[in-house]
Design a protein around this ligand. Structure first.
Ligand code: BTN
Length: 240
């Protein structure tokens, strides 16, 4: 198991920021968790709210090909999905959200440090909503947690260990050029076959989601054309 070097903090601004600032002096595969984040970050400069939840980041310093790193969010998504599988029937909302009945239960923020066009560090931040039962008003409609979904409380330590084992498994699959993690994202997608709004960070268009491809990209039908994207933001009608 790679992810054995664990650092735990009672409070940090953000576990991702901590690894970004300290990656140089930390060993490959370091795991950082915090009981509380004072400046938790989500994708697209959003704030990440975290209560009694699993807030974790892992550091990867392997010399990965830059073209491959967008797949890492799918590696993480597959690992979270497998961790939650015994607890509830979650789905993966490409590229990096886990949803349960249309509400977000986990967010993934993958960040990279690139120096001289080489990957110096990759940081995978994962926030699983576990024991939070009340979310701030602005996200209450869109967010859920394991506790809200099942009426039970969960041991964060056990969940973390399961997640790290699954992350190790799918990261190994990725390193060996496997596609099991892609299959998990495809077979448990909340998007395939759905009409969505796709935002490529320039324009927003209506699209039909056709497939998650072997290279990790999403295949859409826009108008009469089939178009493939490596990143983007998807809105599903009736869901966030
Ligand atoms: C998103 O859905 O926008 C991504 C959310 C990622 C949240 C996690 S919590 C642990 C790690 N530290 C952060 O500041 N963010 C990630």
């Amino acid at each position: 198991m790679r992810f054995k070097n664990e650092l735990h903090f009672s409070s940090l601004p953000s576990t991702n920021t901590f690894l970004k600032e300290n990656y140089y002096s930390l060993p490959n595969y370091t795991v950082v968790t915090a009981k509380k984040q004072t400046a938790g970050r989500g994708r697209l400069e959003r704030i990440w709210y975290g209560g009694d939840d699993l807030l974790l980041s892992v550091l990867i310093k392997d010399a990965l090909d830059l073209k491959e790193i967008t797949k890492i969010s799918l590696v993480a998504a597959a690992a979270v999905w497998k961790t939650l599988k015994p607890l509830l029937a979650a789905e993966i909302k490409w590229p990096n959200d886990i949803v349960y009945r249309g509400k977000k239960i986990t967010g993934i923020l993958t960040e990279s440090v690139i120096i001289s066009q080489k990957l110096a560090a990759l940081i995978i931040g994962i926030g699983i909503n576990v024991n939070t039962v009340e979310f701030p008003e602005e996200i209450a409609e869109k967010a859920t947690s394991l506790a809200l979904a099942t009426g039970k409380n969960y041991d964060l330590e056990k969940l973390k260990q399961d997640l790290l084992i699954n992350l190790d498994y799918f990261y190994q699959d990725f390193l060996h050029g496997g596609s099991e993690f892609i299959d998990v994202c495809r077979n448990n997608s909340s998007l395939i076959g759905k009409e969505v709004i796709f935002d490529d960070f320039k324009t927003q268009r209506k699209a039909l989601v056709l497939e998650i491809l072997e290279n990790g990209n999403i295949l859409l039908e826009i108008g009469r054309e089939k178009v493939e994207y490596a990143s983007g933001e998807i809105t599903l009608r009736g869901v966030y």
